[in-house]
Design a protein around this ligand. Structure first.
Ligand code: KPL
Length: 310
């Protein structure tokens, strides 16, 4: 089986390295990077993965030329949500109607993808709580193990279900706890609530996830952000089993030392995913007559920080 991962960020490198280390002779793992120089560099230096006190290099093949490669069986899409349109064009040569394309983005803006705009590839979605931090190009820390849910938005053909099961088995063999969900939209929303409450605030206050709990102001804002998202979810008919505020506070505690992906973006002066996360809540709120003032304010603050990048 040929599995490619696009996006050499923290999550992409983590999946590529661990899948590579557990692969059998029939499988091939490829990491796709649109930047040629960086791909060459990664091929030379290999992926350096730190986990606890361990540190290992993984010889993953990195390519920046999808046109020179044969189509793949499975493609894990680990780029940021705002990079999706250009990334999909770039990986088009790898996609056929036989391919399974799995989206790992934060937020819900990417739920619009289907076979019609993915060159015929079957579309599945993943919600993962694996914690990975990019320390430098191709150098990552597996900050915390999590769980990956995989699923289709609507009922799928038997062959597509079998392919998703094969992927799940590969992930398990690589050490990633995972399961197939028959309600992936709910899992994506559960993750969205957490990201709505944590990512923008950690970026604005320059705090770790755990430090949000020790400030009354930050904790209060976190609750309001998530409650607004919950009202929007209810307005569009999404129901949750668990209280999303309690779930978000629990993630702050569990990932206390994490630098959220949005704070990492701000510190590295990269565009953030604020539009795909809090922006999605604000847009859906407007469309459904639900006010989201705390989310709107946070979006404005983060955009202001982004506008100040040199
Ligand atoms: O998903 C995350 C992120 O940083 O994007 C959380 C759960 C907030 C962990 O840091």
């Amino acid at each position: 089986m040929r599995i490619a991962i696009i996006g050499p960020g923290a999550l992409g490198c983590l999946f590529a390295a661990k899948l590579q280390s557990s692969t059998n002779e029939q499988d091939e793992i490829l990491l796709i990077d649109h930047r040629e120089e960086r791909a060459e560099q990664l091929n030379k230096q290999k992926i350096l993965l730190e986990s606890g006190t361990d540190s290992n290099r993984y010889p993953v093949t990195v390519s920046s030329s999808p046109t020179a490669l044969a189509p793949v069986d499975i493609l894990l899409c680990c780029v940021k949500s705002y990079q999706l349109p250009s990334s999909l064009e770039f990986i088009a040569p790898l996609l056929t109607p036989r391919a399974l394309l799995v989206f790992f983005q934060n937020g819900i803006s990417h739920l619009k993808y289907s076979e019609q705009n993915t060159f015929g590839a079957t579309v599945a979605y993943a919600a993962t709580s694996e914690g990975a931090t990019r320390l430098a190009s191709g150098h990552i820390r597996h900050a915390g193990t999590g769980h990956t849910s995989l699923g289709y938005l609507s009922p799928a053909a038997d062959s597509d279900n079998r392919q998703l099961q094969r992927l799940q088995q590969k992930l398990e063999a690589a050490g990633f706890a995972s399961s197939i969900s028959d309600n992936i939209a709910e899992k994506l929303w559960e993750k969205l609530f957490v990201n709505v409450g944590i990512n923008g605030l950690t970026a604005m206050y320059n705090r770790t996830n755990g430090q949000l709990l020790t400030s009354c102001a930050a904790r209060g804002k976190l609750k309001k952000l998530v409650r607004e998202a919950e009202s929007v979810a209810h307005a569009i008919g999404m129901r949750q089993e668990n209280d999303p505020v309690l779930a978000t506070l629990a993630v702050c505690k569990r990932t206390a030392r994490n630098i959220s992906s949005m704070l990492q973006d701000i510190r590295n002066k990269r565009p953030t995913e604020i539009d795909a996360i809090n922006g999605a809540i604000s847009r859906l709120g407007r469309a459904n007559g639900i006010p989201t003032p705390v989310n709107d304010e946070l979006i404005a603050q983060i955009k202001k920080i982004e506008a100040q990048y040199q």
